[in-house]
Design a protein around this ligand. Structure first.
Ligand code: SF4
Ligand code: SF4
Length: 142
């Protein structure tokens, strides 16, 4: 139960910064000549899968036989087709220099709120992982 609760808090926290990030990626990414979205980055790691499973969801199906370095299979003309809260964490964590500059050059208050919320997201991600470990330990000892 704690695992689900923490996963929901994490999902809500990621959703809360979606509009802010989107505002900057919509401005900067269409001009990018070196798009960072490649198949290797679109894969979930173990911690991502714990979080997705804790929410009772399944990761999207992967196409077979795609090259790691090719354009990510989840990237469409309008951007990533996976909702932000369910993307691999490395996707939500990564901000290139151009995006960071756009954020830093923007209004101060939303940027500060974003940084604060992002710190909360890191803590919640750790809480999800810890709750998963505790769940597993309980199963082993019961
Ligand atoms: S996040 Fe940065 S590197 Fe990735 S597509 Fe946008 S501008 Fe390009
Ligand atoms: S943000 Fe979406 S499109 Fe980009 S690498 Fe991650 S999963 Fe793929």
């Amino acid at each position: 139960m704690k695992l689900f609760g923490n996963a929901m808090l994490l999902k809500n926290a990621i959703e809360s910064i979606d509009a802010f990030i989107q505002e900057h990626t919509a401005e900067v990414c269409p001009h990018c000549r070196n798009v960072c979205c490649i198949n290797r980055h679109g894969r979930y790691d173990y911690a991502d899968l714990i979080y997705i499973q804790a929410l009772g969801l399944k990761p999207p199906a992967y196409k077979e036989n795609v090259r790691d370095t090719d354009r990510c299979q989840f990237l469409a003309a309008s951007g990533c087709t996976i909702e932000r809260a369910l993307r691999p964490f490395r996707c939500n964590w990564y901000f290139c220099d151009a995006i960071l500059k756009s954020m830093e050059d923007g209004a101060v208050k939303p940027y500060r709120q974003f940084i604060k919320q992002f710190q909360k997201i890191i803590e919640l991600k750790k809480a999800v992982e810890d709750a998963s470990l505790n769940d597993n330990n309980d199963r082993v000892t019961s």
